[in-house]
Ligand binder design. Structure first.
Ligand code: ADP
Ligand code: ZN
Ligand code: ZN
Length: 726
């Protein structure tokens, strides 16, 4: 009897054999329901075989072949196999991690049928008396529908109020809905907005001329019009009837980007995939992409696994962003998987950034990737902001803010321009201290401090979520004079409000944007000029366009300059260049003031000169000398558990096993993690690196099975390939 090999969501690196009865045909990629232990679970058929190595009586039969959705395409399964091999994560768990939740569940998948809308006979016969031109939106809908039926999403693309207006028209008997799908109108419509600049055109042509796979690094300063390059490339791909995958780092960027692309490509179906979707929405969009109805897939990292039968181009925006890396489970880099996918598929991929990751920059410099540069802002009036440092080593600060910063803010208030104060710390102050005995608000579960949140009078751990009331007196000595040390967004907001009582100040951080929709409302406030001073964390740094913003102030960035994390200064430069890029986007020149005690540090020199290349060269030299990525390839074995002894014993054994293999890799010592304790778990790690990816992978293939053999009942351990955090 035929046998199927099935991927299941269990932490074992094998597939599982099941018998397939003849009246239950199954294909590769299909979902099946199988018994596993005492449970019934959903799996994916990965292989078909004539027989099994197991004795027939030990193989259980497949209970059900679920054919409610088409099987996963072979190409996707190949991609997942690659991820499983490369990231040393069990194949079954890799496959399941990539799938929408509904495809992992036993219940049949039901898809809400997308309705389409068309004019009735009465609607077609309308004249300008019945539908006067001043009813702008209805007029627009009416004209659009004269070219044929439209889907709900095509209607929405016409205007935010189009659905409500369409409803009115249906009540009038002018339009009707049906379940017959609207045919995508061909050739597709493309809204030209800009004529590409010469530099943009060069980049567009280079990618357009690529035959098959090629990886491009689009290095363009902030405001240089990278988005326009993406749009023009997408246009070409859509014209050929192919699909585009555009990966973006953050969810909070997606609604605005989504609208932007919908407006540029009004009749191309766009599926946006991000973590804010319901399970039903996610699976619907996934299937729309798999059936080639969605032509543009816009999404965060998980979207890299969307099935795209006609994929013609992959774009990765802000490719340096660390949110492309998944930090638990399947620890993949969506950017790197995207590159593999483009290669597998034989299509070009464009990585875009104003501050490329050092890995990508190095690959571009060494010729593995093709470098495309946009060195000027796209809009002729928009100039790069002037960047200056305010030396804080010899001036008094008031609540972390220097007099010169206050003066600059005051000038903007007079001129009715917006300012942004950037500080990468939420809360009021990073720690509370007793002035008598030196007690600090440590977290009892972690090796970190409790952050003071004065708004709701709480001390909060940002690592484990533990929180408590702010004590009235020191728990150590009873002294009642407890002082906040350091500054966070709330403290800056309060200090600025005290200094500028008339100013309208808006704080934007994870606390103030927690509720769904609050960030959208804030964006509108900013764009409507209802805000004078923005105080915020890196949420504000990313790709927003605030035309009236002319001053960016940066408080307290120095911690990252001398951090133990070798990537901290790379990240800081990227962040500051991004946030500086918010200033002076339109016709008003921008200014950036950075408060630092080290104004001569090469990072600030490069920032003032807008010279990413100089900075990257310094970092590359340092990394080469120190033997760090991108010159080596790393794997980090992490372990954590309640008992310190067990954690370290496990890692020590793992290290001995690695040494015994005597392979060409460099094995470091067992050390505590940067966060040595979190949520009452002791955390430690072991780093192994090699000059080549290949040697590291060979080592991992030998080492991983040995790790599986080690006693580790009370521990959690994981391998992180190409780790970003230590
Ligand atoms: P980036 O993503 O590189 O920071 P954007 O794509 O946001 O830059 O473009 C910055 C600004 O320049 C936008 O307001 C955009 O409308 C404008 N722009 C882009 N391309 C052109 C062009 N060819 N001509 C005029 N303006 C342009
Ligand atoms: Zn005390
Ligand atoms: Zn904690």
């Amino acid at each position: 009897m035929p046998v199927v090999r099935v991927a299941l969501d269990v932490p074992l690196s094998t597939l599982f054999d099941y018998l397939l009865s003849v009246d239950l045909p199954a294909e590769i990629g299909q979902r099946v329901l199988v018994p596993f232990g005492r449970k019934h679970v959903v799996g994916i058929v990965i292989e078909l075989a004539e027989s099994s190595e197991l004795a027939v009586e030990r193989i259980k039969p497949v209970e059900q072949v679920l054919d409610d959705v088409p099987p996963l395409p072979a190409e996707l399964l190949t991609l997942l196999r690659f991820c499983s091999d490369y990231y040393h994560h069990p194949l079954g768990m890799t496959v399941m991690a990539a799938l929408p939740a509904r495809l992992r569940a036993q219940e049949p998948v039901t898809i809400k049928q997308e309705l389409s809308y068309a004019l009735t006979d009465a609607g077609r016969a309308l004249d300008l008396v019945q539908l006067p031109k001043r009813r702008v939106i209805q007029h627009r809908i009416w004209q659009a529908l004269q070219n044929g039926a439209m889907s709900g999403s095509q209607i929405r693309a016409l205007s935010a109020s189009a659905p409500a207006n369409l409803k009115l028209m249906m009540e009038q008997g002018w339009a009707e809905s049906s379940t017959i799908p609207a045919a995508p109108s061909a050739p597709h419509t493309f809204n030209e907005v800009h004529t590409p600049t010469a530099a943009q055109q060069q980049a567009i042509d280079a990618v357009a001329q690529a035959q098959g796979y090629r990886c491009f690094l689009l290095h363009g300063i902030t405001g240089s019009g990278k988005t326009e390059v993406y749009v023009q490339l997408m246009h070409q791909v859509l014209q050929r009837g192919e699909q585009v995958l555009l990966l973006v780092p953050e969810i909070n960027l997606t609604p605005q980007l989504e609208n932007y692309f919908r407006n540029r490509f009004p009749d191309a179906e766009l599926a946006s995939l991000h973590s804010g979707l319901s399970d039903g929405e996610r699976v619907t969009k996934w299937l729309r992409a798999q059936s080639d109805q969605a032509r543009i897939v816009l999404g965060t990292r998980l979207a890299v696994f969307t099935p795209l039968p006609k994929l013609g181009l992959i774009l990765v925006d802000e490719e340096h962003d660390s949110s492309f890396k998944q930090q638990d489970g399947l620890r993949y880099s969506a950017r790197d998987v995207a590159i593999f996918r483009a290669n597998q598929r034989g299509v070009p991929i464009v990585l875009g950034s104003a501050t490329p990751s050092l890995e990508s920059y190095y690959n571009a410099r060494s010729g593995r990737y093709q470098l495309l540069k946009l060195e000027q802002r796209a809009s002729a009036q928009a100039q790069l902001p002037q960047v200056r440092c305010l030396n804080t080593s010899n001036i008094p600060l008031q609540e972390g803010i220097s007099p010169a910063m206050l003066t600059a803010l005051g000038e903007r208030l007079l001129r009715k321009e917006q300012s942004l104060i950037f500080i990468n710390r939420r809360g009021y102050a990073p720690v509370l201290m007793c002035t008598a005995c030196g007690w600090l608000s440590n977290c009892s579960n972690c090796a970190g401090k409790l952050v003071l949140h004065l708004k709701d009078r709480r001390l909060r751990c940002h690592h484990c979520g533990h929180q408590e009331r702010v004590p009235h007196a020191c728990p150590g000595c009873g002294n009642t004079d407890l002082q906040p040390v350091g500054i966070g967004t709330q403290r800056v907001e309060e200090a600025l409000q005290a200094h500028f009582p008339e100013a309208r100040i808006l704080r934007v951080d994870r606390d103030s944007t927690r509720n769904k929709g609050s960030w959208l409302a804030m964006r509108k406030q900013i764009q409507d000029d209802d805000v004078d001073i923005l105080v915020g964390t890196q949420i504000l740094a990313k790709g927003h366009d605030f035309p009236n913003l002319t001053l960016v102030g940066v408080l307290n960035p120095d911690g990252a300059l001398y951090s133990a994390d070798f990537r901290a200064s790379e990240k800081l430069f990227a962040q500051l260049a991004q946030v500086a890029g918010r200033a002076g986007r339109a016709d008003k020149p921008g200014e950036v003031l950075v408060q630092t005690a080290f104004p001569d540090h090469p990072l600030f020199r490069a920032l003032r000169a807008h010279d990413y290349d100089a900075w990257a060269q310094i970092l590359l030299t340092e990394r080469e000398q120190a033997g760090f990525p991108p010159f080596v390839f790393q794997v980090l074995l992490r372990a954590e558990g309640k008992q310190e002894g067990e954690v370290y014993a496990f890692l020590k054994r793992a290290r001995e096993a690695a040494m015994a293999l005597s392979m060409p890799v460099e094995i470091y010592g067992v050390v505590a993690a940067t966060m040595a304790k979190r949520a009452n778990h002791i955390r430690a790690q072991l780093l192994v690196q090699s000059d080549t990816r290949k040697a590291l992978q060979q080592f991992l293939r030998a080492w991983h099975p040995l790790l599986d053999e080690l006693p580790s009942q009370k521990l959690r351990w994981s391998l992180d390939i190409d780790p970003l955090e230590f």
